[in-house]
Design a protein around this ligand. Structure first.
Ligand SMILES: Cc1ncc(COP(=O)(O)O)c(C=O)c1O
Length: 401
């Protein structure tokens, strides 16, 4: 690779956050009311409208969203909850907060999302819920999941940490299931630094989540301190401290207004990557099912290892040294020490997930990426592939400029 090429350094992510967000947060600070209050409620209303949900409840993290949704769904100690092994630990960890058991499921070899057929094989009398995770933004096969859930009377709690905005059969994620959980973590498609949202179609569950996100107290502090009611409050449950602040909500409102534009920017990058990589037989670019639209939170590239002299780790090392940061989503949970020690999972248990894991890497894809940065990523991936190709391979390679 040329010296010039090597000098560029592309980060994995750079948040699309600027003056507008700073002004909105500053306004809240100057108002003197910083924790949950009018901005949080406005954010909830706008978010529900944006995804087409009945109700939205803002919380402190995506993990808190999952915990509260599972609690409102009635998950108890000893219950089993199905979820894919290819996910972030938060998906399963939230289940353990309720002393319920995460039951891992293998993934579809193409979408890398939970495989409904494998999920069906793992249903027992104790199974009470299923958490489909829309990996990278591509929605799971919700029809098959709904059929499985209704056959076994399971609650569906969608983990949509990556899926804002995504669509399944022209319906936006957030309006399909009884519960959907979003994350506004720093690298997500909408960020408030840390934050999350539960959307629900169930008004009773919405009330429960509102109660439990703030200590199980039946009225919020904002009303108590604003003199819009009495100082008196009642504790109805031992709840949690999971509320979002007005400072975060102000940032969220600005981000929400930019959500479509940011998604469009990621789509353009994904199309450039697809175009550049489609003619390289050593690479598999993400295949999006025709009845779904992805948020393009992640661009997961897969290596066809049989055509390469190097493995995924070495491939990543080489693109890193040439100035491209990347990541891997995810190390399957069954390969993690905690899930092996506590639940007895071991290597070999989920062959599809292991195969995908050993060949995948996530490339930078974020709205503020410059054309030069995108070109650099393409160039480095093409060059690395070319240099590590098995000699007799007769792959067609796009011209490298
Ligand atoms: C699939 C998935 N679920 C849940 C979460 C948890 O979200 P948070 O970090 O907001 O708690 C994440 C965060 O990265 C995630 O990737």
């Amino acid at each position: 690779m040329s010296e010039n090429t090597k000098k560029l350094s592309v980060p994995f992510h750079r948040a699309d956050v600027g003056e507008e967000e700073a002004l909105a947060v500053g306004e809240v600070i100057r108002s003197g009311w910083m924790t949950m209050g009018p901005k949080t409620f406005e954010f909830e209303k706008e978010f529900a409208k944006y995804v087409g949900a009945q109700d939205a409840i803002a919380v402190s993290t995506g993990t808190a969203a999952l915990h509260l949704a599972l609690e409102a769904a009635g998950i108890h100690a000893g219950d089993e909850v199905l979820l894919p092994t290819t996910t972030f630990t938060a998906t399963a960890e939230a289940v353990t907060y309720l002393k319920a058991h995460p039951v891992l499921v293998d993934v579809d070899p193409v979408t890398m999302n939970l495989d409904p057929e494998d999920a069906a094989r793992r249903v027992t009398v104790r199974t009470k819920a299923i958490i489909p995770v829309h990996l990278g933004g591509q929605p799971c096969d919700m029809q098959e999941i709904q059929e499985l859930a209704s056959e076994h009377n399971l609650k569906i709690i969608e983990d949509a940490a990556h899926a804002l905005p995504s669509e399944y059969r022209s319906r936006r994620i957030g309006q399909i299931s009884e519960f959907t959980c979003f994350s506004f973590y720093a690298t997500k498609t909408l960020t408030t630094g840390e934050g999350g949202m539960v959307t629900t179609e169930n008004p009773v569950a919405a009330e429960r989540i509102r109660l439990m996100r703030l200590h199980g107290i039946e009225r919020d502090a904002w009303k108590r301190y604003r003199g819009e009611g009495s100082w008196r409050y009642e504790v109805h449950e031992a709840g949690f401290k999971y509320n979002l602040t007005d400072m975060q909500a102000a940032m969220g409102l600005v981000q929400l207004a930019k959500c479509d534009r940011m998604r469009q920017a990621r789509l353009v990058i994904a199309q450039k990557y697809n175009h550049a990589f489609s003619s390289i037989k050593e690479l598999l670019f993400p295949e999006i099912r025709s009845d779904r639209a992805t948020s393009w939170h992640l661009y997961i590239l897969r290596l066809r290892r049989e055509h390469l002299r190097i493995d995924r780790d070495e491939f990543i090392r080489q693109i890193n040294v040439n100035g491209v940061a990347c990541s891997v989503h995810f190390i399957p949970l069954h390969l993690q020490p905690y899930y092996q020690r506590v639940y007895g999972y071991k290597e070999g248990d989920f062959p599809n997930a292991e195969k995908q894991f050993s060949s995948c890497l996530s490339l930078p894809i974020f709205p503020g990426m410059t054309a030069e940065e995108v070109e650099h990523v393409i160039h480095v991936v093409q060059e690395t592939t070319k240099q590590s190709r098995i000699a007799q391979s007769n792959a067609i390679v796009s011209p490298i400029t």
